[in-house]
Each structure stands twice: as structure tokens, then as C-alpha cells.
Design a protein around this ligand. Structure first.
Ligand code: ADP
Ligand code: MG
Length: 615
């Protein structure tokens, strides 16, 4: 019985694009079919670890390709896991590959100009339609009771499924090539493509009647470094992730003690996983003796290194393991230790030998390492030297703590930092004025993760970290620098003025007092002694926990012309009230605490009118 199915709209669209594609590297279709065959063989091998009841249990795991020049056909057979009728409809009737779907999206965005897109995405099984007039897939599942099935598509919008004659396990894909694709019915050409794209497939690929496989068969990670080119490393990365950029760091290593492992790890160039990424989750691919055990293993690296991509293969993992028992085997912590050490060492080297590249890394992944310091104290020793900061004195570059302490003023006892929402408002913070005036360096911490970082980083070497907003520091008197000391408002006039502030601001402030730290700014807000510390306030805010912003103390600069100006206004003047309100709002704003900045607009307008009215 033949059943006819119509492809879904998106599959139709993909087929149309591929059939009419003029993509010059059409040969990648073979890579896709071979990668599917290899996946099928891998899955069979994995199944056989625990299940001996499979069809043709003794059959060798291999791929065979034959061509017929005259008939213009190419046939690929594998002895892999095969597909049942249900599976063939499910897997070949819809777009499985995320790369294919992304390709479609990108093609739509590009107005269907697909130049360069196909190679970029790896569109999976359907890429065969770049070269095929028709494709017949005949498959027999490894399940002994399953029947062979045939799937046929002639490049139109339908496919047909019917029973087939096939007594052996696996899948056979018979491609009738388009006239202009006759080159692929040539053994020599096929071998060339295999060597180029599929050399590392872990199963033998035989072409024609050759008795020797064409491919090397060792996976890339098991191949000696000296035999691998930069391009091969990058190609492998791209196939693994579909990230089109080159990886920032590639590290390939083998260890024998304390555990045996092969690892090929990459740090992507960008922190955000591209919208086209193939890797749907974090985690490394874990192989045991070349057999894929886990597609996304999250136990091989600490959480804070979850951006690392790649493959780990160990001879020490027992072969009869299921994915679950891998997690509980005592081997995992040892693998993790080795891998973590290697990645951190790699980063240390990068920071030392290629600071600019490291700065790029830091921009993309710095917050991960900060999370590591906070969440994994055991690794903090190694992570802290990798931290980088912007500072008030060097806002454009990334400084390490070592550099910071190297530049410290004589007698400086603390590493100062300031928390804020964004670097721009932070450099204008009144809390910085005293530091700025003394040429003292302050770390500017503006990432949401920073308060967490501080919880894990109380000290660097002998220096405690201290919040600059809370530090006891005075502005050096300007008289010392040969300038006239600006005159302060005398005590007798100051007291009623502060009273006026309290009256206007009422419950909004905890206290109004005079500050010794302000130079340019008229006021600043500080936390009362007993308040929840500012780091925790921000942690709560970040976690979305309900907490009340504690009432702050408003500190005034008693030498500031604005305050002097206020003295000249009548005690209850409306303008005075506006000015006081605005001073408070401006202070909230630079703290990043203003709940509704646009509400200041009407008041600012009144103040402008008043200013102009004086002329
Ligand atoms: P992907 O390989 O990313 O899953 P493909 O479009 O390449 O996407 O293949 C779609 C699906 O078809 C595969 O996931 C697999 O289930 C099935 N498939 C393709 N080729 C074979 C094969 N040779 N043997 C068994 N199943 C296959
Ligand atoms: Mg595939």
C-alpha cells in the first residue's frame, strides 16, 4: 500500500529553495548524508551496549557508497539504527534540523538570496535536493519485528511511503542526480569530497568495490595535534555549533593521569549564542571510547564555564554505562577537575600573552567568571587574577586587581569600589569627588552580577575591598593646593537651611546633614549606618525580591553656591521648594534610584522659567 503525504509549508519552501539553488558548494550534501549515517551508526552502537536483541547484531558498522555514471545515481548505505515506517514519516517528512529552520528564516530575511547561507547552516537531509532529481530512502529498523519501508520524493511537494524489500538492518539512500549534478556519480569526485569534509567520521566509508575505507576514521579529538590544521579545527567547531564566527580560543589536549581523556574545547567569540546556534543547551558532548554518551553533559565543567563548547572522550568511562550512571560514576568529578584546570590555564595564558584578545573574552564572558568567584569559592584563587575592571582613573581599559594594587597611593589601605547602574552616571557620582580630587582609583562596578561578586571577594591579597560611598575620606582642602578655600555658610545660617530641607523632603529622607566630601556636587545620598548594605540592596533588587529602598541621608555641600543662593530667598518661597526638590531628585538620579525620572520635567521647566525671568 502506497501512502502519499504532502509536505508542510515550511518543508515545501525549503525544498523549493534547495532545488533551485545555485549554491556553488553543493558537495556539502554528501557531508550531511554521511553525518546522518554516522549518527545512525552511533545510535545503534549505543543501543547495543545494553540491548543484544537487534537485527543483524553481527553486521559490521559501516557506510558504503556506490555510483552509476550511466544511470546518474548515487547510493549511500549504512548499517545503522534504521527507521520504522512511523519514524521515516516523522523524521523525513518534517524539518528536524534546527539548522534547516534557521536557514529558512535567514533566507526569508535575505529576500531569498541564499548565497552563502547553505554552507553556513548545514541544512541536513534536505540538502540532497540541491543535486537530486529524486530521492528514495529504504530503511529497516534495528528492531527485529519492524518491517522495511520506502520513502520517495521526486522533488515536488509530496512524498510517498510504502512497504519495501530490505532484509538487512540500516538505511539506503538512492539519489537520482540532476543532469547538472552528474559529477557526483563519479567515484573519484566522491572520494575527494569525503576526504575534504568527512575524514573524521568514526566508521569506515567504502566507495565502490574498494576494500579500504576512504576516510581516516579517527575522530578529530583523537588525532595528533600536529596533523590538524587551523581550518580543520575551525570547521569542526562550526559543524558542532553552527556558529559562523571563528572561536576565540581552541584547546585540544590529551591526558593519561589522573584520568584518561581526549578533549577538544572551544570558547566562542560571542557570549550570546547566535540565533542560529545548533547547540540548544549548554554542555559538552561526552564520548566514551568514541561512542557518544551524552549530547549535552553539564557535569564536566562548573556552571560558570558553561559557555565552553566541545567534545570530551574518555577511555576510563565504563562501556556499559547509561547516560544516568555516567552522572553518578566517581569519574565525573575527576574529569571535571582536569577540564576546569585546563580551561582556566588557557585563560591565564591568554590574559598574559594576548591581552587584547583577553579583553574581548572579558567583554563577552566576564560576568560568568564573576559568577564563579561568587558561587564557587574553591576556584576563586584561580578566578580572581582573571577578573578585569573599569576604574575612574582608567575608564577605557580593563584593569586587573594586580594592576590596581600596583597603582595604589602610598598608605592606601583598601581596594575601593563603587556600585552603580551604568558607567556614565557612575563617573559623575558625588561619591567619587573626593577620590577624584586625590587621584585615587576606584573600581566601577555596574553589572548586575557585581554585588554577588563582592560577596565572594571580600579581600584581594592584604587589601580589603571597601565601598567608596561609605569610605571615611575627606576632600583635600583646596587651600593646600594654593587655591582660596571656598567659603562655607556660617553655622547660624546653615541650621535653618537644613531645617527647610527636612521640612520639604519630610519622610523621604532619614536625615539631612553637612558633608565634608563634596566639592562640585551640591548634595549626595548616603545610607544610614544600620541600613542593609548597598551590595545586598542590589542583590535583592536583582533577584526581584521585595524590599524597601531604605531611607537615605541627604548630605549637603555647605560651600556650594546653590545653597548660598537659597539663603537669599524668602523662607517659604516656592522657588526654594522647587530647588530643594530638584536637588533631592538629582541625587536620586545619580544613584540610579529614581523611580520616575520624567516626572522631573515640569519642575525643571518651572526652574528654567524662573532663571530666565531674572534676566
Ligand atoms: P539532523 O541530522 O540534524 O537530525 P537531518 O535533516 O540531517 O537532521 O535528518 C533528519 C532525521 O532523519 C534525523 O534526525 C534522523 O532521525 C533521520 N535520519 C536521517 N538519515 C538517517 C539515516 N541514515 N539513518 C537513520 N535515520 C536517519
Ligand atoms: Mg543530519
Amino acid at each position: 500500500m502506497t501512502e502519499t503525504f504532502a509536505f508542510k509549508a515550511e518543508t515545501k519552501q525549503l525544498l523549493h529553495i534547495l532545488i533551485h539553488s545555485l549554491y556553488k558548494d553543493r558537495e556539502v550534501f554528501l557531508r550531511e548524508l554521511l553525518s546522518n549515517a554516522s549518527d545512525a551508526l552511533n545510535r545503534l552502537r549505543f543501543e547495543m551496549l545494553t540491548n543484544k536483541d537487534v537485527l543483524d547484531a553481527e553486521a559490521p558498522l559501516e557506510i558504503r557508497i556506490t555510483v552509476d555514471k550511466d544511470a546518474r545515481t548515487l547510493t549511500i548505505r549504512d548499517t545503522g539504527i534504521g527507521m520504522t515506517r512511523q519514524e521515516i514519516i516523522e523524521h523525513l517528512g518534517t524539518i528536524a534540523q534546527s539548522g534547516a529552520r534557521r536557514f529558512l528564516e535567514a533566507a526569508q530575511k535575505n529576500n531569498f538570496d541564499t548565497t552563502g547561507l547553505i554552507g553556513q547552516f548545514g541544512v541536513g537531509f534536505y540538502s540532497v535536493f540541491m543535486v537530486a532529481e529524486s530521492v528514495r530512502v529504504i530503511s529497516r529498523s534495528y528492531k527485529p519485528e519492524a518491517e522495511a519501508v520506502s520513502w520517495l520524493c521526486r522533488g515536488d511537494d509530496i512524498y510517498q511511503v510504502e512497504a519495501a524489500e530490505k532484509t538487512t538492518r540500516g538505511t539506503e539512500i538512492k539519489v537520482v542526480l540532476k543532469e547538472d549534478a552528474a559529477e557526483f556519480a563519479d567515484e573519484y569526485r566522491i572520494k575527494e569530497i569525503i576526504r575534504k569534509h568527512s575524514d573524521y567520521i568514526g566508521f569506515p566509508i567504502y566507495v565502490g568495490t574498494d576494500e579500504k575505507p576512504v576516510n581516516k576514521q579517527t575522530s578529530l579529538w583523537r588525532t595528533a595535534k600536529s596533523e590538524i590544521s587551523e581550518t580543520q579545527y575551525t570547521d569542526f567547531y562550526r559543524q558542532l555549533t553552527l556558529d559562523f564566527e571563528e572561536p576565540l580560543v581552541t584547546t585540544h589536549f590529551v591526558t593519561d593521569a589522573p584520568v584518561q581523556l581526549y578533549a577538544l574545547l572551544y570558547i566562542p567569540a560571542k557570549g550570546e549564542r547566535g540565533m542560529f546556534s545548533l547547540r540548544k543547551e549548554d554542555g559538552l558532548k561526552l564520548y566514551s571510547r568514541n561512542i557518544l554518551i551524552d549530547e549535552y553533559n553539564k557535569d564536566l565543567l562548573p556552571d560558570y564555564l558553561r559557555f565552553v563548547q566541545g567534545v570530551v572522550d574518555s577511555e576510563d568511562l565504563p562501556l556499559n554505562v547509561s547516560r544516568e550512571t555516567v552522572q553518578s560514576s566517581g569519574l565525573m568529578p575527576r574529569l571535571k577537575k582536569v577540564l576546569t584546570g585546563q580551561v582556566l590555564k588557557e585563560l591565564e595564558t591568554l590574559a598574559k600573552n594576548a591581552p587584547e584578545k583577553y579583553a574581548n573574552f572579558w567583554k563577552e564572558f566576564g560576568s560568568y567568571l564573576k559568577q564563579g568567584v561568587a558561587a564557587t569559592p574553591a576556584d576563586a584563587d584561580k578566578l580572581v587574577p582573571l577578573l578585569r575592571f573599569r576604574t575612574n582613573l582608567h575608564p577605557e581599559v580593563w584593569s586587573s586587581l594586580e594592576e590596581y594594587t600596583g597603582r595604589m597611593k602610598e598608605g592606601q589601605k583598601f581596594v575601593y569600589y563603587l556600585l552603580g547602574e551604568d558607567p556614565k552616571s557612575l563617573v559623575r557620582s558625588p561619591h567619587l569627588e573626593a577620590f577624584q580630587a586625590q587621584g585615587m582609583e576606584v573600581l566601577l562596578l555596574t553589572e548586575p552580577i557585581d554585588p554577588f561578586l563582592l560577596m565572594g571577594l571580600r579581600k584581594y591579597k592584604d587589601f580589603e575591598l571597601k565601598n567608596a560611598a561609605q569610605a571615611e575620606i575627606e576632600t583635600p582642602s583646596q587651600a593646600q593646593e594654593g587655591q582660596p578655600e571656598p567659603e562655607k555658610i556660617p553655622e547660624s545660617e546653615l541650621a535653618p537651611l537644613m531645617e527647610r530641607f527636612k521640612q520639604v523632603l519630610g519622610e523621604r529622607v532619614n536625615e539631612v546633614r553637612v558633608s565634608h566630601r563634596l566639592a562640585q556636587s551640591v548634595a549626595r545620598l548616603v545610607d544610614p549606618q544600620d541600613a542593609l548594605n548597598p551590595e545586598l540592596q542590589r542583590v535583592y533588587k536583582f533577584l526581584g525580591k521585595e524590599y524597601e529602598v531604605p531611607k537615605k541621608i541627604l548630605e549637603l555641600n555647605a560651600a556650594h553656591p546653590i545653597l548660598k543662593g537659597l539663603l537669599h530667598l524668602p523662607a517659604d518661597s516656592e522657588l526654594g521648594t522647587l530647588v530643594i526638590e530638584q536637588i533631592y531628585d538629582s541625587a536620586l538620579l545619580v544613584e540610579g534610584l529614581h523611580p520616575d525620572p520624567s516626572s522631573m520635567a515640569p519642575r525643571l521647566q518651572k526652574l528654567i522659567e524662573a532663571a530666565l525671568g531674572q534676566r
